[in-house]
Design a protein around this ligand. Sequence first.
Ligand code: NAD
Length: 363
Amino acid sequence: KRVKNSAHPRSNSKSGNHLSVLVTGAAGFVGTHVSLALKNRGDGVVGLDNFNNYYDPSLKRARQKLLENSGVFVIEGDINDHELLKKLFDLVQFTHVMHLAAQAGVRYAMENPDSYVHSNIAGLVSIFEICKIANPQPAIVWASSSSVYGLNSGVPFSENDRTDQPASLYAATKKAGEEIAHTYNHIYGLSITGLRFFTVYGPWGRPDMAYFFFTKDILKGKSISIFEGPDHKSVARDFTYIDDIVKGCLGALDTAEKSTGSGGKKKKPAQLRVFNLGNTSPVPVTKLVSILEKLLKVKAKRNIQPLPRNGDVLFTHADVSYARKEFGYQPKTDLETGLKKFVHWYLDYYSHGTRKNSRKSSS
Ligand code: NAD
C-alpha cells in the first residue's frame, strides 16, 4: 500500500505531468541522487536495491535513510527476483524504469566474475523481461559505461566509435548489455535509452573509487598508488560531477519515446538511444591528487607505478554533443568545485567516528 501511494501512475513531466519511476540500485551512489531529484520535482519514485556488500553496506543504509526521509520508499530485493518484480509491477503502473543496479568496479571482477554476470547481464534481461510484459510498457533508461570504449585510443569518444575492445569483464558486461538492449528494442519495441557515464564523483559517492579512497588514505597518512602509462603520463579521467549526471538522467527520462507496444507485442518500435554523459574535460589523476591535497591541507604520499593490465584504461574523454542536441545536456561543474563539495560531505559524514570507512576493492 505504501508503495502504491508513493508512485502515482502519471506521465511525462515535460508536458506538465509527472512520471512514475522504478529506480533500481536506488541505495547506490547515482541511484540515491537520481531518486532524490525525481522526488523533489514531484515525480513518483519507488526504489529497489539488494544492499549487497561490494562496499560498506552501512553507507547504503545511510543513503536509504536519506531517501526514506524524503518520501522515497526503497524495497530490498534483487533485480533477478522475477516474482518480486511481477508483484511490484502489478501494484504500480510505472511510466519509466531508471535501471542503475549493477556490479560496478573493474578489479573486483578478478575474484568475483559471477556477480557481473548475475547483475549486469541476467539482471538486465530480467528488467527487460518485466517491462516487456507490462501494460503499458514503461520507457527504460539504464546505465551503460564509458568503459565500453575500452582500448580505443581515439579521443574524445563519441557514440559511434568502436566498442569492440573491452579492457575488463565489467566493460564486457556493459557492452553485452548494449547488444541485449538492441534485441529487446528490435523484437519487442521496448523504449530503451543507454547512458555511458564517465567516472562519476561527488557526495555520497562510492568508497571503491580513487577520489574517495585517496581522500581516506591521504587523511590517514597512507601512501596512494598513482598509475602512469608507458610514456610516464598519468592516467587521466573525464571526472563528471554527480549533479551533471543527474541532469543528464532526467533529460534522458523526459525525452524517452513512449512505447506503444504492450504485452510483449510490438506496435511502433521506439528508437534505441545511447548517449555519452561526461564532463568533456579529462584531468590527470596527479592533478586530482593535488586538488585533494589543497582541500584537505595534507600532503599526499605518492607512489607512482606503471599501469597494470587489470582492466583500467589510460584515458577517457567524452564527446557529449549528441546528449546536448537531444536534451540540452551541458556539464557545468569543474573538478575542483565538485571535489570541494565531496570533501565537505566526507568530513561531515565521517566526523562522527562511529561509521566504518571501509572499502572492499579499488578502481
Ligand atoms: P553503486 O554500486 O553505488 O550502485 C549500484 C547499486 O545497485 C548498489 O546499491 C547495489 O547494492 C545495487 N545492486 C547491485 N546488484 C544488484 C542486484 N542484482 N539487484 C538489486 N540491486 C543490485 O554504483 P553507482 O556508481 O551508483 O553506479 C550506478 C550505475 O552506473 C551502475 O550501473 C554502474 O555500472 C554505472 N556506472 C557508474 C559509473 C560511476 O563512475 N559511478 C561510471 C560508469 C557507469
